[in-house]
Design a protein around this ligand. Structure first.
Ligand code: HAM
Length: 420
């Protein structure tokens, strides 16, 4: 009768277990790297997101007017909200300030596999440092999180928007022309880039050189083309140091320079990076982030900021594609009252076992022992406790070990030690 809104999903218990598992792993590693968790509202004022990106971003937003006439939107991401929060309440915190978050985001995207209108991000923002080791640690953190989940087939690509901008300047592009190119570069559409640059009256020689430089993984080679760009040379040097630290000290060998990483969001400046799982096809980007500037735009006292967000939905898809099995905690004990006279004692035993931390369930359907046993079997309970009038009389239970088939009568007082 009712349909799910387009681009949204329901999650079965088995799906939720996967989300819980990766959420717990990712949080643990954020904490191991010194990050602390924060939470912001699911909706924000619309202008938080239009401030940087202009009205055009509204196409991608779930924005609405509330009953008080306020223009609001479901959050499409959490960087702008966390910066708002920082300026409101956290500016005086000692630096570096390391914050992480896990939450749902909403984008009015065209849904397909790996792209949803409601999806989950686990991300972080780093306030204060702008050293090569800070950026290398940030990238290493994202990689460590995905790798520790069991993903082996992932690559880390590092780009730099200051260098891209210097390359654009060399081509004498107007600011409008500069805005046109990044989506094409992001998708590595070299033919379309060539046509666009021809339309912008760039010579074939310069077009070829530009595409070669986009393709290169050799920083020194890029450097020779940046002689007149002081800022770009500094950024190249920074990028080089970050990659060296990642290779040599963080021991992450699968990261490389990739100038075509330009990022979709408008606030980045300098180093940017993405982690992808090539096995996922079109929507293969698991993580994106970089250095950005939002604080001064939002009226705060400027400090360097950088961060990233991992897409949890795509991470699960990648884990499934790589055939990684998720830990699946088995239910432990199922209690079957043989008839109605033993229900109260069955509840007492269930309560005692739950108090001691056992995952314990009780037959609530008053079905016969045969049917209840069949159910417990399909649910893979490890132990079954049967309580009938005979057991009640003996102040004991029948305990069946489903793994060995062994069945014994155990007095109440010995039950815990026997289970241990
Ligand atoms: P983003 O690249 O837009 O960056 O999103 C981060 C990740 O969220 C993507 O790599 C992808 O895995 C996932 N994602 C994005 N859109 C969808 C979607 N429609 N369906 C499923 N997954 C999706 C940001 O959001 C920045 N705030 C990251 C950041 C933090 N930069 C600095 N700090």
């Amino acid at each position: 009768m009712f349909q799910l809104p387009r681009g949204t999903r329901d999650f079965k218990p088995a799906d939720m277990q996967k989300y819980r598992y990766i959420q717990q792993q990712i949080s643990e590693i954020f904490q191991r790297f010194g990050y602390e968790e924060v939470r912001t509202p699911t909706f924000e004022t619309l202008d938080l997101f239009t401030a940087k990106s202009g009205e055009s971003i509204k196409e991608e937003l779930y924005d609405f007017t509330d009953k008080g006439g306020r223009k609001l939107t479901l959050r499409p991401e959490l960087t702008a909200p966390v910066i708002r929060f920082y300026i409101d309440q956290l500016q005086m915190e000692p630096k570096p300030l390391k914050l992480y978050y896990i939450g749902n985001c909403f984008r009015y995207d065209r849904p397909q596999k790996g792209r949803y209108r409601e999806f989950w991000q686990a991300g972080c923002e780093l306030f204060g440092p702008n050293t090569p080791e800070a950026y290398a640690e940030l990238i290493a953190l994202a990689y460590t999180q995905l790798h520790s989940l069991g993903l082996n087939n992932i690559t880390v690509n590092i780009g730099n928007l200051t260098i891209i901008d210097a390359l654009f300047t060399q081509l004498n592009l107007t600011s409008e022309q500069k805005q046109y190119l990044p989506p094409l570069i992001d998708k590595v559409l070299y033919e379309d880039i060539t046509h666009a640059l021809q339309d912008f009256d760039v010579s074939q020689e310069h077009i070829t050189r530009f595409i070669n430089l986009l393709e290169t993984t050799d920083i020194d080679h890029l450097s020779t083309h940046m002689k007149n760009h002081q800022e770009a040379r500094e950024q190249l040097n920074l990028t080089k140091q970050v990659i060296e630290l990642l290779h040599q000290n963080f021991q992450i060998t699968t990261c490389q320079l990739k100038m075509s990483i330009v990022r979709g969001l408008e606030y980045y400046k300098g180093i940017v990076f993405e982690i992808e799982a090539p096995s996922l096809g079109a929507e293969k980007q698991l993580c994106g982030g970089g250095v950005y500037e939002l604080i001064s735009l939002f009226g705060g006292n400027d400090v360097p900021t950088a961060g990233f967000a991992i897409g949890m939905d795509r991470t699960i898809l990648a884990l499934e594609t790589e055939g990684i099995t998720f830990p699946n905690p088995e239910p432990e004990i199922y209690i079957i009252p043989v008839d109605q006279t033993t229900i109260p004692q069955s509840i007492t035993i269930a309560t005692m076992l739950r108090t001691h931390g056992y995952i314990t369930d009780l037959d609530l359907l008053r079905r016969g022992v045969g049917k209840a046993l069949k159910y417990a079997n399909t649910k893979h309970y490890q132990y079954i406790i049967i309580i009938g009038p005979k057991e009640l009389e003996q102040q004991a239970v029948t305990l069946r070990n489903m793994m060995t088939g062994e069945q014994t009568i155990v007095p109440y007082n010995d039950l815990l030690s026997k289970l241990e």
